[in-house]
Design a protein around this ligand. Structure first.
Ligand SMILES: [Zn+2]
Length: 318
């Protein structure tokens, strides 16, 4: 057996895989589009194919890997390897033994973790959080996820901790994709921002967002669509992003008042694209709500980039 590990980041639009050394050094990578139709077994097959391709790039056989870690959306049970309620994946409302299926297909140990938590742990071990003792990761993308490291250890609660996107930033506020009202994600999540843009468009607000979406061949407002529309100076784009930043700042400040971590790391699809550009605004919004204002956390953008989720997942293998 080699000392190499595999990592798979299972996202709603793409599956990113990596083969890395024990210290996180990248040796091979491959990606696939996430199937939009079919059932969980089809998604598992695409994951297997992508991991095989990453292993072939090294080259190493999958069964020679020390193991493969998976960062999964939905309710990912690390003990059983079962993933339930991954609603942005096809046919995955129920439960599927993802760990067992992949382990059988790849011939090596497979461990499952929460997608955002493993990405945050990757940043903690190898990226923006290296050398720190505590951090809060805020993954700003389709939704807003989180991950917490306290005293050098991940804080998972009883399995449901760090759902920072569903911290209430406004009572009876905007409807969140989770069905409740006033969550941070209801203002800052990409899906909620798109829904708001569509409502505004229907009310007659002028915007280039949907024109940019069509010319880029997309059927939804991806983070690249937001970036292009912002670059073109689209007013609605800028105002919705600023609104997202205000509520992110509010929620992060509340979390900081509770946890007092050394650093906040911003990642995710939107976070990676806009983190640097809006960091000063985000800090300003956060500062307004910090109870102890003279010792704010360091604010950082995730450093491991597109492969961060896969590399973080590989750390599930000890
Ligand atoms: Zn919510």
């Amino acid at each position: 057996m080699s000392d190499l590990r595999g990592g798979i980041d299972l996202g709603g639009t793409k599956i990113q895989t990596a083969v890395v050394e024990a210290d996180g050094t990248l040796r091979g990578e491959a990606r696939r589009e996430t199937p939009t139709e079919g059932e969980p077994a089809d998604v598992a097959k695409a994951m297997e194919d992508a991991l095989r391709e990453a292993a072939a790039a090294v080259p190493v056989k999958p069964e020679e890997l020390r193991g493969v870690g998976v960062g999964s959306p939905g309710d990912a049970d690390g003990k059983t390897g079962i993933v339930s309620g991954a609603r942005n994946l096809p046919g995955w409302e129920g439960s599927f033994p993802l760990g067992e299926a992949l382990s059988k297909a790849l011939g090596t140990e497979v461990r499952i973790g929460n997608d955002v938590q493993v990405a945050v742990e990757g940043e903690y071990a190898l990226g923006a959080g290296k050398g720190l003792n505590s951090l809060l990761g805020v993954w700003w993308g389709t939704g807003v996820g989180g991950g917490i490291v306290l005293d050098g250890k991940p804080w998972l609660g009883r399995g449901a901790a760090a759902e920072i996107g569903h911290m209430v930033v406004k009572r009876n506020g905007a409807r969140c994709p989770c069905g409740r009202r006033g969550c941070m994600e209801a203002y800052a999540g990409r899906a909620a921002m798109e829904a708001k843009a569509r409502r505004d468009l229907a009310k007659g607000v002028e915007t280039d967002l949907f024109h940019v979406m069509k010319t880029r061949g997309k059927d939804r407002l991806t983070s690249s669509v937001w970036e292009h529309a912002l670059r073109e100076g689209d007013a609605l784009t800028e105002s919705l992003l600023r609104r997202a930043i205000r509520y992110l700042g509010t929620g992060i400040a509340s979390a900081q008042n509770l946890l007092d971590v050394e650093a906040v790391v911003i990642g995710g699809g939107l976070g990676g694209r806009f983190g640097d550009r809006f960091m000063e605004d985000l800090e300003g919004e956060m500062h307004k709500h910090l109870f102890v204002s003279d010792n704010p956390p360091q604010m950082k953008v995730a450093e491991l980039g597109d492969l961060g989720g896969a590399i973080g997942a590989s750390l599930l293998i000890s």
